[in-house]
Design a protein around this ligand. Structure first.
Ligand SMILES: [Zn+2]
Length: 414
């Protein structure tokens, strides 16, 4: 037998003996509450952007994925595959929004800018194939989160844009897709083409669609020969939070994407002072040399933006300032819909006002009308917010659902 044939046989044998190992150790307590999906058109692939333990805990607690693949290739079942998991956040493909309702989500422990282990690529390939057989999802519709996520207007982008995050971007690269057994891929962004969105991250769109995408990745793929060795231990990645330094011409958005204003993102200024993203208001003053330490987990950045002193609301909400699905919550607790404002009342919006773009409001809560009746599919979504009388706006995760007072309003993704 030639050496080539032997190698081929090893690859085939390995391909055949591959069996997925499942664990229910992080099955989500949210399972029972979640609606059964009416359809499954997409499989969305993620990178956790954090280490295994904290990521698994968070995914399970919030029900944010159907599966999570650890570095050794072990597959954790989080949310039942037939039910809705909240993994996409603000998302759109071919004009259809909120892809959580029609997709499966697979998280892989790792980072968008580092290679995964061979054990992960193998397990992911097998899991995708198994799910495609059940749900009939085409190869092209197995996509990275970064490809379908989009951002509502923010201080750097006056229009809704693709490029809110780079989560799992490598899964769109042909060489990696072939490792995952996927042949087709999208050659352009249908929502950008239709002008529903603009490109908010040129680099990302090159990784997603350019022919030379592999050469643009900041990492090399693991060699497949390593995995055939008996003692195939995954390569030790450089663990822990990642630090980036703001270079000339870069903004916080360029570095941290939608996590720029997250409490888990820390900024270390050249003078040694430290502030978390949620405490910074003057983003223009972030100097070259500021270190940005990104926290754990593929957390969606907060969709709530706070109006800083001297800032016009247009800098936050862009062309959506007067939209019916833009909401302004004054520091005193009053809420106003964008469509009810005039140029004058808009400009008079006080600093500290919270702004939500792309939201519907439900309520008020009464003893007979609970949040779960007001918005049955989203009442506990991580990006749903509660405005309780006399209290600041709170994310659903910070609300004791057994004690939601009458008069509370619920803001959920529109
Ligand atoms: Zn993701």
């Amino acid at each position: 037998m030639t050496r080539w044939a032997l190698a081929l046989l090893t690859v085939l044998a390995c391909g055949l003996c591959h069996a997925l190992t499942y664990s229910n150790a992080y099955a989500s307590p949210r399972n029972r509450e979640r609606a059964v999906r009416a359809a499954t058109r997409y499989i969305i692939l993620h990178t956790t952007e954090g280490e295994a333990k904290p990521s698994l805990r968070k995914l399970s607690k919030n029900g944010e994925a159907h599966y999570c693949i650890d570095r050794d290739g072990k597959v954790y079942r989080i949310v039942d595959r037939s039910r809705v998991a909240y993994h996409c956040g603000v998302s759109m493909w071919m004009g259809r929004r909120n892809l959580d309702e029609i997709s499966l989500g697979i998280e892989v422990v790792g980072y968008h800018d580092r290679a995964l282990t061979m054990a992960q690529y193998n397990a992911l390939r097998d899991l995708i194939l198994a799910l495609q057989k059940i749900y009939g999802v085409s190869d092209a519709n197995v996509m990275p989160h970064a490809q379908v996520a989009y951002g509502t207007p923010n201080r750097w982008h006056p229009r809704s844009h693709r490029g809110r995050k780079r989560c799992g971007m490598g899964y769109a690269v042909p060489a990696i897709r072939s490792m995952l057994g996927l042949t087709e891929r999208w050659l352009s962004d249908p929502d950008v083409k239709a002008r529903r969105l603009v490109v908010g991250d040129v680099y990302l769109s090159q990784v997603l669609y350019a022919k030379n995408a592999l050469s643009l990745l900041p990492y090399k793929l693991p060699s497949s020969r390593k995995t055939t060795a008996k003692t195939a231990t995954p390569p030790t990645p450089k663990n822990g939070p990642r630090t980036y330094v703001i270079q000339k011409g870069q903004t916080a958005w360029d570095v941290a994407r939608d996590a720029y204003n997250a409490p888990t993102t820390r900024y270390v200024f050249p003078d040694g002072k430290v502030a978390t993203g949620d405490k910074i208001t003057n983003w223009e003053a972030l100097g070259v040399g500021t270190r940005v330490v990104l926290g754990d987990a593929d957390a969606s950045g907060s969709p709530v933006q706070t109006l800083a002193k001297g800032m016009h609301p247009r800098r936050v909400a862009g062309e959506a300032v007067f939209a019916a699905d833009t909401w302004y919550i004054r520091p005193t607790g009053g809420r106003v819909q964008g469509s009810k404002l005039t140029e004058k009342t808009l400009a008079a919006m006080p600093p500290g006002t919270k702004i939500l773009v792309g939201y519907a409001m439900g309520g008020p809560v009464t003893s007979r009308r609970l949040p779960s009746q007001i918005c049955p599919t989203q009442w506990d979504a991580p990006d749903t917010f509660y405005l309780m009388p006399g209290q600041p706006l709170r994310a659903s995760g910070d609300v004791d659902m057994r004690r939601v007072p009458a008069g509370t309003y619920v803001f959920y993704r529109n």
